[in-house]
Design a protein around this ligand. Structure first.
Ligand SMILES: Nc1ncnc2c1ncn2[C@@H]1O[C@H](COP(=O)(O)OP(=O)(O)OP(=O)(O)O)[C@@H](O)[C@H]1O
Ligand SMILES: [Mg+2]
Length: 330
């Protein structure tokens, strides 16, 4: 089974209003609730595809119970560790034009709860084919929390996909995940962060596979390849950078590829990256050749844009677009 890790899940609430007016009072026309958190989106997408999946992470309080109930309602198998703090809510207020988000930070996790989670995670690895680690770390989880989980998985021979941002990403990469999936903004932040000392040496005097792939190419496409190598410099074995409607760029030990959606879809792009991670996790498990894997991720994430709710896919869009995706060497 594919294990998805969500350390900072949420009860995701969407309030629909006619028009959002700052400082005003609004009558909410509908309230929608769904399990929130990037790893839960990955799990929901995989489950919709019929893939065996298990969602894990940390949940607490009545809000955590509500998330557990909503996951059970959509049939996603889950094994979360209970914490004393109350699981957060993420609130989106949607009007006719756009949506405005309010993200609670999440409960503080104690050292004992984090230790209980790492034990629990270690126990799941015997049954795991791939682990997907997604989203932010809640307060109290060490900033190298993902690195700890990646090392545990590697010791058990289980490949990992890491999708997070900022310092959690930088520290997680140092543990050598099999694959990282930053979006363009997350990659830009990584480029601005201090580079590991080893990488600086490699870039200037000993180009590794990534440097050899892209560093000398002309802008603009070569620039993207060169930028993406930063994830490999930090320790990832491969990287897939998502560029919104422009598609995906993969740098791997076997080569570099670019995939572009056959059409630009209107819809809800929130969670499209999580659909990419779902496709990548499945492809890692199946050892799918990279060009096919990228095509699958492009079609699946477009299908996520076409579905109104994050964590859902429009299966007709997926089937229609998959044969039309073109992937080329970067
Ligand atoms: N309008 C669109 N039409 C078709 N495909 C799209 C569109 N927007 C995004 N995609 C696909 O979804 C992929 C992921 O999108 P994006 O780069 O926005 O991810 P993300 O920022 O990580 O999203 P999130 O974290 O909200 O899940 C893109 O690489 C692309 O293939
Ligand atoms: Mg993302």
């Amino acid at each position: 089974m594919i294990v998805t890790v969500t350390l900072n899940p949420a009860l995701d609430l969407t309030y629909q209003v006619d028009a959002l007016v700052p400082h005003g009072t609004h009558r909410v026309t509908t309230v929608a609730e769904r399990p929130g958190g990037k790893g839960l989106n990955v799990a929901t997408v995989l489950h919709a595809l019929g893939e065996p999946v298990l969602a894990t992470g940390l949940l607490g309080g009545p809000t955590g119970d509500r998330v557990t109930g909503l996951l059970a309602g959509v049939g996603v198998p889950a094994a979360f560790v209970a914490i004393a703090g109350e699981t957060r809510r993420t609130v989106a207020v949607a009007d006719r034009d756009d949506a405005t988000g309010f993200w609670e930070p999440g409960p503080r996790v104690t050292a004992g709860e984090w230790a209980a989670f790492t034990d629990h995670f270690g126990g799941l690895l015997a049954r795991a084919s791939v682990v997907a680690l997604s989203g932010s770390l809640p307060p109290g989880v060490p900033i190298d929390g993902y690195a700890t989980l990646i090392r545990l998985a590697a010791a058990a021979g289980v490949p990992t996909v890491l999708d997070t941002s900022g310092e959690a990403l930088r520290h997680g990469l140092a543990a050598g995940p099999d694959l990282a999936k930053p979006n363009a903004a997350e990659l830009a932040a990584l480029l601005a962060a201090p580079r590991p000392v080893m990488a600086a040496t490699r870039n200037t005097s000993q180009p590794g596979p990534a440097g050899a792939l892209g560093a000398t190419r002309a802008a603009p496409s070569g620039r993207e390849v060169a930028d993406a190598t930063v994830a490999l410099d930090h320790g990832a074995r491969a990287v897939v950078v998502s560029h919104g409607p422009l598609g995906l760029l993969a740098l791997t030990g076997q080569g570099a590829w670019r995939g572009v959606p056959p059409e630009r879809l209107a819809g809800n792009p929130t969670g499209a990256g999580d659909a990419v991670v779902a496709a990548l996790a499945r492809g890692l498990r199946d050892r799918t050749p990279w060009p096919h894997l990228l095509a699958d991720a492009i079609a699946l994430s477009a299908a996520a844009v076409a579905a109104p709710l994050a964590g859902r896919i429009d299966e007709d869009t997926y089937r229609r677009l998959l044969p039309a995706v073109r992937v080329s060497a970067a």
